[in-house]
Ligand binder design. Structure first.
Ligand code: PNS
Length: 189
């Protein structure tokens, strides 16, 4: 049996592969983050226990309707992690694997909350592997407290005047309230 059966990348030395993936000590954590929730924050904090540097990559997609602009989403995350020099935040467009490569990261982190996330995440991870076999996806589970949490639900609860305590960082809560005041309610979700 050859090592190729287990490793479908060019690297056929498992030690070297582990070194490439982890010892670079930098991982990309991509997402829409519209807005960032405590579930995302939890994944970033867990990621920092494995990697020295987490690069939060905020998707810039003019075709996708978002509540917060790319600039606002980036600014909120920067504010939340302003005291943490190990977290960098950048907007990106185009292919995620290209962004990761350009930023010298070999690992993509994704949070997995429930089985319902799995199929989409599985497809994305395998597509990214097809596009760049040297980049690996690492799935991390958030705290059970956040396993029901999503940006979409947060926006809905905010629009309907529900309590967001414990679901989003205070900076985000403040910005959601401002959006609620300034925008017609129908535009919030
Ligand atoms: O928070 P989201 O919306 O689930 O994040 C999705 C994201 C940003 C990770 C995904 O849409 C993405 O990677 N977009 C970049 C385009 C890309 O690389 N597509 C091919 C791989 S599926």
């Amino acid at each position: 049996m050859t090592k190729q059966i287990f490793f479908d990348t060019k690297v056929d030395n498992p030690g070297e592969r582990a070194h490439n993936l982890f010892m670079k000590k930098k991982a990309v954590y991509p997402g829409s983050f519209d807005p960032i929730t405590n579930g995302h924050v939890d994944i970033i904090r867990r990621g920092l226990e494995i990697f020295e540097q987490i690069l939060v990559a905020v998707l810039e997609n003019p075709k996708k309707k978002s509540l917060f602009s790319t600039k606002e989403r980036v600014a909120m995350i920067q504010e939340i992690f302003s005291d943490c020099k190990n977290v960098e935040v950048k907007a990106f467009h185009g292919l995620l694997v290209d962004f990761a490569k350009k930023n010298d990261a070999k690992m993509i982190i994704r949070g997995l909350r429930a089985i319902s996330d799995f199929e989409y995440e599985f497809q994305m991870a395998l597509m990214n592997r097809k596009l760049d076999p040297e980049i690996e996806t690492l799935f991390m589970m958030p705290s059970l407290n956040y396993s029901f949490l999503s940006s979409r639900l947060v926006k809905e609860v905010s629009m309907l005047g529900g309590c967001l305590e414990g679901l989003v960082p205070t900076e985000v809560e403040k910005n959601l309230k401002n959006k609620q005041k300034s925008a017609p309610k129908t535009k919030l979700i």
